[in-house]
Design a protein around this ligand. Structure first.
Ligand code: UTP
Length: 467
């Protein structure tokens, strides 16, 4: 580590001397902790980011040539169903051969949910209170069992939740996994700044840092040795998913199959947007390059545009479920030059006496997004999925995309499976299941499996638990 006085001097020279205002009041340990954070600061990086913010360097998409991306739609015709079956067979063969890995990005701070702990420890099971981590684990284990294969699980955390995440797995017997098949690694942290580009003290002896976004997963996969581990195991395809959506179909054989058939480097699942302003990214071609445009960056003209059939032109909403080829991540990961996005946030800060949580946004977090690597792909497929089968994110404390809405959507999906198996389930006027239903992935991974296993005489009253 560089000498304290030198670090302090460089902070002063770079207009960040305020970080050392309380230096003389810190204990030796506190000084060491602050120096450790300061030692990692790259002033050129901060200056470039702050300059970008001042120049408002984001892309003005209204000036770009935007075209809808081709989508493999939900199969209806016999031909489409045949293609789906072929894709499934390709994906299942890859699963059986042990060529797929599950990759969870769980390094986010989960500020909107405001849960004290890793988001994966949040309880979403409608009846059992099963955590998000447990849902994902059961799904991967059930799929591995079905195909007689091992599916290793790579989990990206960050400094904000790494210790607690690993502790949770250790205390819960690795959720049924063999320890050697679960690998944790941390993404990088970057400094947050106030609106004047000044670094922020998060507490007496630490800088306000934030994980570098889910885009950071690409270099973290390489840096951590996860890609090398995958290669050793013969893994060729990575099933990327986020921690907050228990409906995600991890290592989906159909999705993997289409991705592999196309020789794709990175592929995406999308759904038909519920309404033009829905807060999901738009997947489209932008000046000839496959791109995801965040809902907040889409201009109104394109957001509401209709095609010649009167259907929303940009109807394909990205739900952050991807397949990635191991070679692609290996190729771009180490130096993935993803653009930095900014988010204005309420960043708790130390005012010299105590930590204050501001009422209004007081600073900027910089993040990269994984979908910004799509323009770098030589081949990619985009596949539509049914919303009720695959999308129930837990983002907020209440209302839309909350734990309550997620639990209802879980019950709704299981009600649909039960109906397909011949069991009546009462629904209310909004179309929601009145029966609270929970079916463990270990009992059934999909509607067909449920039908084949459902005990005779099963009925759905107020509650139904199958595990
Ligand atoms: P979100 O964008 O919803 O962020 O992350 P978040 O941190 O969970 O929640 P808010 O925005 O602070 O309320 C989507 C997924 O990407 C992961 C999250 O853990 C989640 O699975 N993620 C996000 C990371 O792994 N690292 C990051 O730096 C950001």
């Amino acid at each position: 580590m560089t000498d304290a006085s030198e670090i302090r001097k460089s902070f002063e020279e770079n207009g960040q001397g305020h970080i050392f205002a309380g230096w003389d009041t810190l204990s030796a340990d506190e000084q060491a902790a602050l120096l450790d954070d300061c030692n990692r600061v790259n002033f050129d990086w901060i200056k470039t980011r702050v300059a970008e913010v001042r120049e408002d360097h984001g892309t003005d998409f209204s000036k770009c040539d935007l075209k809808p991306a081709p989508v493999i739609v939900l199969p209806e015709s016999e031909e489409e169903k045949k293609k789906e079956a072929e894709a499934r067979a390709t994906g299942e063969a890859a699963l059986k051969a042990g060529k797929l890995a599950a990759f969870l990005v769980a390094g986010g701070q989960g500020t909107r949910l405001g849960f004290d702990g890793p988001k994966g420890c949040y309880e979403v099971g409608p009846l059992t209170g099963k955590t998000l981590f447990q849902w994902h684990a059961e799904q991967i284990l059930a799929l591995a069992k079905r195909h007689g294969a091992t599916i290793p699980w790579y989990i990206m955390t960050s400094r904000t939740n790494h210790v607690d995440t690993v502790k949770y797995f250790e205390e819960n017997n690795y959720l049924g996994f063999d320890k050697k098949d679960v690998m944790f690694f941390q993404q990088r942290m970057v400094p947050s700044v106030d609106f004047d580009g000044k670094l922020i003290l998060a507490d007496k002896c630490g800088l306000a840092l934030n994980p570098d976004g889910h885009g950071g997963s690409l270099h973290a996969l390489v840096e951590s040795g996860a890609i090398a581990d995958m290669k050793k195991r013969g893994i060729e395809t990575i099933s990327y998913f986020q921690v907050d959506n228990p409906l995600v179909t991890i290592c989906d054989p159909v999705f993997a199959g289409y991705h592999l058939q196309a020789g794709a480097e990175m592929s995406s699942k999308i759904l038909n947007k519920a309404y033009p302003e829905e807060k999901v990214g738009h997947i489209c071609y932008c000046d000839g390059k496959l791109t995801v445009i965040e809902y907040s960056d889409m201009d109104e003209g394109n957001m509401y545009a209709k095609d010649e059939n009167g259907k929303l032109k940009f109807w394909a909403g990205s739900i952050a479920i991807h397949m990635l080829s191991v070679d692609f991540v290996d190729k771009i990961g180490g130096e993935a030059k993803l653009p930095w996005h900014i988010a204005k946030k309420k960043i708790p800060f130390y005012n010299g006496t105590e930590v204050v949580t501001p009422e209004e946004a007081n600073g900027i977090k910089f993040e990269t997004f994984v979908f910004d690597s799509l323009p770098m792909t030589s081949a990619s497929i985009t596949m539509e999925v049914a919303r009720e089968e695959e999308f129930a994110p837990v983002k907020n404390k209440s209302g839309i995309d909350s734990a309550d809405s997620c639990r209802q959507l879980l019950s709704n999906r299981f009600a649909k499976w039960l109906k397909a198996a011949g069991v009546d389930v009462a629904h209310n006027a909004e179309g929601d299941s009145e029966c609270v239903i929970e079916i463990s992935p270990l009992f059934a991974l999909d509607a067909d499996e449920l039908k084949s296993k459902l005990p005779a005489g099963t009925t759905a009253g107020d509650k139904l638990l199958l595990e």
